[in-house]
Design a protein around this ligand. Structure first.
Ligand code: ADP
Length: 456
């Protein structure tokens, strides 16, 4: 996904989360307020019911004071007490009603009086739901339509002895409106904060991205330059070692000819000088051949093809037959996989590792074992010997070209073998390392990626 799409997705997720959070918290607050309102309305109806019942009881105890009847007197007093008494916000009211025939008749409605009183409501209409419940003998709370057809939250209680119902109610819209208002403000603020945050983030990110892009371009240029100079160096090494072979061959063959023809015929100094000349020419030939092989890894490598590693190892052992025999070495192998690789480079790789294992031998006859293990999508090869071992501090050094740990009269060599091995492994996309103990032997490991899942 592109960075801008990712940014907009993040922006969208942040806005959505903030809106959901604002919505949920407003809703929870609204539910709490609704519950609070329910309790308040219930308290009002219960208190009024108690007062009315008390007044009626008092009236009945003093019948001479209330000739019109205790209930009628109590009702008249309550009505008087409620006159001009507007409770509960903009829309809240207290009502008393009773059944007359098939209709609900309101005797007291806080916000109405005289002519203005609501007209009776038929019992089976959808209006006056809270009063209908009270007159049906139910007490509790309800959300329903009142005598005006407005949806209200109401508490209702019956007064069965007086045939009355009491309702305290308030419009649901009035309870909701502060939460809708604060919810909308929260949503607006959230959107504003997220938009400003995103704008600031974009401005900062833009500068950072531009800086990173510049660094990336610089890196690309450096890598290109490095690759170019590497290619040039490889080419140079190849041309130099290739073109040096011819004059060297002439020096070497004439030195040999000189040796054969004049050995013992000149003085002893001349014999010694000819021997130095031949030896020097031979060593230079080995060095140039190794250098040529090294420069060929990158420039003359063949395309990868299915390669039987067991055959590559056998080929390497055949090439080393003389050294193996001379040292009385035993080379054993486990079954090895078939992999996509450059066959001749694999032969060269095994040859270098096996030849080192045989060359850097201890007192015992060399024993070399080659095996391979699959690990996820790569194979880990190991070449294990019982030779002189390598001190751990030379971990990285021995893979550098021309780096040797021994004098050439101790162990012959050019110091190119492991550098070449490393180059081959890296060309195949792997890594090389070793594990060793002085005088106990070394194990060289290298990996070759295998995405085909080849088995042995
Ligand atoms: P060369 O074999 O020509 O000396 P290499 O690059 O093959 O050069 O090896 C570099 C150095 O690493 C060797 O000189 C030797 O000291 C050390 N080395 C390599 N392989 C082994 C081994 N199997 N056991 C002990 N030392 C080793």
């Amino acid at each position: 996904m592109k960075a801008t799409s990712r940014f907009f997705l993040l922006f969208f997720i942040m806005i959505s989360c903030s809106l959901i959070a604002a919505g949920v918290s407003s809703y929870l607050l609204y539910r709490a307020a609704l519950h609070e309102e329910e309790n308040r309305l219930s308290d009002i109806v219960m208190t009024n019911a108690l007062i009315i019942e008390e007044m009626v009881r008092f009236g009945k105890a003093h019948p001479s004071d209330y000739p019109g009847g205790a209930a009628a007197a109590a009702l008249a007093q309550i009505r008087e007490a409620h006159l001009g008494f507007v409770v509960m916000g903009e829309t809240g009211e207290f009502t008393i009603g009773r059944m007359e025939g098939d209709s609900i008749v309101y005797l007291l409605v806080d916000r109405h009086s005289g002519e203005d009183m609501p007209s009776p409501i038929p019992w089976d209409s959808k209006l006056g739901e809270p009063m209908r419940r009270a007159l049906s003998g139910l007490s509790g709370t309800v959300i329903g339509r009142d005598y005006r057809g407005h949806t209200v939250m109401a508490a209702h209680v019956p007064l069965p002895e007086l045939g009355l119902g009491i309702v305290a109610k308030i419009d649901l819209a009035e309870i909701r409106s502060p939460f809708i208002r604060s919810g909308l403000i929260a949503v607006l603020l959230t959107v504003l904060v997220v938009v400003i945050g995103a704008y600031l983030f974009l401005r900062i990110a833009d500068a950072v991205i531009r800086e990173l892009q510049e660094l990336n371009e610089q890196l690309g240029r450096n890598t290109e330059e490095l690759e170019r100079s590497n290619r040039e160096l490889e080419q140079f090494a190849y041309v130099a070692s290739h073109d040096l072979q011819e004059p060297l061959r002439i020096v070497s063959s004439y030195a040999q000819l000189l040796g054969r023809r004049y050995q013992g015929r000149l003085d002893t100094d001349a014999d010694e000088f000819i021997a130095y000349l031949t030896d020097g020419a031979n060593r230079m030939q080995v060095l140039i051949n190794d250098l040529l092989a090294f420069s060929r890894v990158g420039t003359r490598g063949k395309p990868f093809a299915p390669t039987d590693c067991s055959r590559a190892v056998n080929q390497a052992i055949d090439n080393l037959a003389f050294a193996v025999q001379e040292n009385g070495a035993t080379v054993t192998t486990d079954p090895l996989p078939i992999l996509n690789a450059d066959n001749s480079q694999l032969v060269q790789l095994f040859q270098n590792l096996i030849s080192n294992a045989v060359k850097f031998r201890g007192d015992d006859a060399p024993r070399v074992h080659i095996s391979a293990q699959r690990n996820a999508n790569k194979w880990i090869f190991s070449v294990k010997d019982n030779g002189i071992g390598i001190a751990p501090e030379y971990k990285d050094r021995i893979f550098v070209i021309f780096q040797r740990l021994h004098a050439k009269n101790e162990f012959p060599g050019t110091g190119i073998g492991l550098a070449l091995a490393k180059k081959i492994v890296e060309r195949h996309g792997g890594v090389i390392w070793f594990d060793s103990q002085i005088k106990k032997g070394s194990t060289f490991y290298f990996t070759i990626p295998d995405h085909g899942g080849n088995k042995r």
